[in-house]
Design a protein around this ligand. Structure first.
Ligand code: NDP
Length: 477
């Protein structure tokens, strides 16, 4: 049978309007930062995209002061109906500039353009639209008659969904009347800085949003600054724990969205072809750089062989390569450091006796790439079953009864998400009650919606982002 190859279909990188130099956004203006400039690279090629000015402690101080002033004089006392107008404007501007932002995100992060275009950008805009709707209805949100903002929010985000994480953090904070100082990840600062331009276009009052590129030390300065009233952090569990220790006793409100090791559970009565699509989406979406990725597949023993065969066949069809090509399914790993972590954990999986299957797909000869990989014969004690790999690597375990599935699924320090595949509604409801996970998807996976609260149990953190519940994190309640 003849197999037709896909012709290359690259999106034009000119759409990104790349500039040679970017600056921090402080007090409504782009200004020189006093930190050591960083060079952000395209992980698909290794080429330098731009030089980015970074913040030092004096810039953190300046930003927090600007945000405090904006909160006191303008934003904190502005009626919700007026704040809503700005949020709507920002949402529309994100939509208007979505093609530019999607290309820029794929260049800086390495994710496939079809994901940045069809997932990250629409979800980022949706968060601003959704929270614009709340801005003038906070008194009906169940937090008392006159809920008040907290003040200045210090927000630190990771590199896996740069603009989307920014939206999850900034939209609820602004809707509730807080002002913001946000630090994007060191390896993906560009879309956050274009968001600064969007704030200018929307005529957002100066100081309401401040963006400080830099490394972890800038994040640490920010969360520990005395002028910060609320800290929202998404990233690794280790840094989350450190921040929690540092903030203890300070009175700052804290939400942590940390790692995960989600179980994606397939019962023998599930529609297997549909489940295969959900498994692929669960672990290979965004190269597996997803905190809620379905990185542990738990499959009922009676259908395990059939499912694995189908899975290998399906994964073999995934196209790995140029993130800007519209046909690419799996893009580049975000950094050399992350690639080394994925390689190291995969080697540990083999050394501990799991059986490795790697997609036979060709890999580009430059940049950071890792072929989709599936481990079978995985034991619960192995590192690949316990540690967050944060890459396109799936660990498969089996179970015989629903009780065994529950105990294996919950046998993890994390508790962010889980997936269930079955045609029995009663089984879904029973499982949902047993699983210690903040989000449980049934017959689907990786669905995000601004109306649905997202967050974890145990070492996956605490607090919720999104929905009515998420507003509580930004209000004095
Ligand atoms: P980090 O937790 O180090 O980074 C997350 C953000 O926190 C980044 O902006 C980072 O800055 C910043 N940061 C680092 N140190 C501090 C600090 N002491 N105080 C305040 N902010 C700080 O994650 P990594 O990027 O190093 O990724 C390591 C692992 O973490 C991954 O392999 C993955 O397993 C997990 N992870 C989980 C994520 C999730 O969504 N749950 C997201 C990202 C990572 P900088 O970018 O400069 O390091």
């Amino acid at each position: 049978m003849a197999i037709w190859e896909y012709a290359p279909a690259p999106e034009s990188r000119d759409l990104a309007n790349l500039k040679p130099h970017y600056q921090p956004f402080i007090g409504g203006e782009f200004v020189d930062g006093h930190g050591e400039p960083l060079k952000t690279i395209n992980p698909a090629t290794g080429e330098i995209l731009a030089e980015v000015g970074t913040a030092d402690s004096s810039d953190v101080d300046k930003s927090v002061t600007a945000a405090g002033r904006a909160h006191l004089n303008v934003w904190g006392k502005m009626p919700g109906t007026e704040r809503a107008k700005y949020l709507f404007r920002i949402a529309r501007l994100i939509q208007e500039r979505s093609r530019e932002l999607a290309v820029l995100e794929s260049l800086d992060n390495g994710k496939p353009i079809k994901e940045s275009r069809d997932s990250d950008l629409p979800i980022a805009a949706a968060h601003f639209f959704y929270h614009a709707g709340w801005a003038d209805k906070l008194e009906y949100a169940g937090f008392g008659q006159n809920p008040q903002p907290l003040g200045v929010a210090g927000q630190v985000i990771p590199w896996n969904f740069p603009l989307m994480m920014l939206a999850w953090k900034i939209a609820p904070a602004l809707a509730c009347g807080n002002t913001v100082v946000l630090k994007p990840a060191e390896t993906t600062p560009l879309t956050a800085l274009v968001f600064g331009e969007i704030c200018q276009q929307a005529d957002l009052p100066a100081g309401v949003v401040n963006i400080l590129p830099g490394a972890g030390d800038v994040g640490a300065e920010l969360v520990n600054h005395k002028g910060i009233n609320k800290v929202a952090f998404t990233g690794s569990t280790d840094v989350g724990k450190l921040i929690q220790r540092q903030l203890a006793g300070t009175g700052k409100k804290l939400t942590l969205e940390l790692g995960g090791k989600a179980a994606n559970i397939v019962f023998d009565d599930a529609a297997l072809d549909q489940a295969v699509e959900g498994i692929v989406n669960g672990i290979f979406f965004n190269q597996g750089h997803v905190c809620c990725a379905g990185s542990r597949l738990l499959v009922q023993e009676s259908v395990a062989d059939e499912l694995i065969e189908k899975l290998h066949k399906r994964v073999s069809t995934l196209r790995i390569g140029d993130p800007l090509d519209k046909n690419t399914d799996v893009g580049a790993i975000n950094s050399a450091k992350q690639l080394a972590k994925i390689e190291g954990l995969s080697e540990a999986g083999e050394a501990e006796g799991a059986q490795r299957w790697t997609s036979p797909c060709p890999l580009p000869d430059k940049g950071f790439f890792f072929a989709p990989t599936v481990f079978t014969n995985v034991q619960q004690s192995m590192r690949i079953a316990r540690e967050e790999i944060f890459g396109p690597v799936l660990s498969v375990l089996t179970f015989r009864t629903p009780e065994e599935a529950v105990s294996k699924a919950n046998n993890t320090p994390y508790g962010l998400s889980a997936g269930i595949w079955t045609e029995k509604g009663a089984k879904i409801l029973w499982m949902t009650q047993q699983l210690r996970a903040g989000v449980v998807w049934a017959n689907t996976f990786n669905r995000f919606d601004p109306t649905a609260p997202f967050g974890g149990y145990k070492e996956s953190g605490f607090g919720r982002e999104g929905g009515r519940t998420g507003l509580g994190a930004y209000l004095s309640v």
